[in-house]
Design a protein. Structure first.
Length: 374
């Protein structure tokens, strides 16, 4: 929804958003901005909390992190302080924004999974240190083997593995297969520079590198015994996110010699590989991108139907992701489908519109009136 459709109601909706977040905070959820506060501010708050007869849990955990590193309260504390959050802020700021709406225990588990996935992605795409394709494949296969070992209780060799193992322990229904499937998708990326069609090639790849994330987070979001339908919708949300990433990074990928858009679709709209590699914003290319946008919206819409099966405290974050992905697609169309010259990002105004829309989506869902995504 556009911001101007909410002008008369934006104030009250935002108040509702603040109240909702405050309610979540009262359930022992603190947010990302707390960790970004200056150390002197947090120190004063901790000293004040220490004088109180009833200290809040977050103060005790924060204080213990400053004085000891031998016992840990969450998977995230096994990692370098704030590293997953900072990496997410740089690479996926919208994902960090959405994950900040979750309770702390869930958010920390999400960040532990994110950090493991990020490490594998850096092996696949990273340029430092330089590695051959064979070396990258060997490292990725080692990560896949590591997942099975961690679930079997093997001692982790580094903090990222230790954090993931703690996440497996806290969420027993979290399986290892999605992680192994993700590695398979990264192997495909290293060995297959083009995708002939959407079904089955690109869709399978998108499932492996992103749809699997939907399966990883389902237990954490409160659906450990999700039905096959809910799992399918979670996978579709992951696929939709990957399709959005492909559309907003066409120019960046082309400069690296990569084209993720299906060749079958390029031929259908009479767009050549050379057009994309040279960044030619033709009428045919714009038609191709509009077709891809419509396909992606279909996946977003289908994924939204599974939100109702999640606990209320997780619904808001997932709805926020869906809104933010839709906003990126809107911005791409506003820019006449140009993701050649610069990466598509949404403005603060659009984020505000997403916040308002998410509040209304969540309220509608709670009232049992959510029927689709526009």
């Amino acid at each position: 929804m556009r911001l101007n459709r909410f002008t008369s109601r934006a104030g009250s909706a935002l108040v509702f958003l603040v109240v909702l977040l405050a309610f979540q905070q009262s359930r022992q959820c603190h947010f990302v901005f707390w960790r970004s506060c200056p150390d002197r501010f947090r120190s004063r708050q901790l000293k004040h909390a220490a004088t109180m007869s009833c200290q809040p849990d977050w103060a005790l955990r924060a204080a213990s992190r400053r004085t000891r590193r031998t016992a840990f309260d969450s998977p995230r504390e096994l990692l370098e302080t704030d590293k997953p959050e900072k990496e997410m802020a740089i690479r996926d700021p919208l994902l960090r924004l959405a994950s900040s709406l979750l309770p702390e225990k869930q958010r920390d588990a999400i960040w532990a999974i994110y950090d493991w996935c990020r490490r594998a992605d850096e092996v696949c795409d990273g340029e430092v240190p330089p590695r051959s394709t064979e070396e990258r494949l060997a490292i990725l296969r080692g990560y896949a083997k590591e997942v099975s070992q961690l679930r079997d209780g093997a001692r982790p060799s580094e903090a990222i593995g230790e954090a993931l193992q703690r996440t497996f322990t806290q969420w027993p229904s979290l399986g290892g297969q999605p992680f192994i499937d993700m590695i398979s998708g990264m192997e495909t990326e290293l060995t297959q520079p083009r995708f002939l069609n959407f079904e089955p090639e690109l869709r399978k790849y998108a499932y492996c590198v992103a749809g699997t994330v939907g399966l990883m987070v389902l237990p954490i979001l409160g659906a450990p015994d999700a039905s096959a339908e809910v799992k399918d919708r979670a996978i579709k949300l992951g696929i939709a996110i990957q399709l959005v990433n492909i559309l907003r990074d066409v120019g960046e990928d082309a400069r690296r010699g990569r084209i993720y858009l299906p060749l079958e679709d390029l031929h259908r709209f009479q767009v050549s590989e050379d057009d994309i590699l040279k960044g030619q914003l033709t009428v045919n290319y714009q038609s191709l991108i509009r077709f891809q946008v419509n396909r992606t919206r279909t996946f977003l819409n289908e994924a939204r139907g599974g939100v109702v099966s999640l606990p209320a405290q997780s619904q808001f974050a997932v709805l926020a992701v869906i809104r933010l992905m839709g906003a990126i697609l809107d911005e791409l169309l506003v820019r006449d489908c140009d993701s050649f010259t610069r990466k598509v990002r949404i403005s603060t105004r659009s984020k505000l519109s997403c916040a308002v829309g998410t509040v209304l989506d969540w309220a509608s869902l709670r009232l049992g009136k959510a029927d689709g995504y526009d």
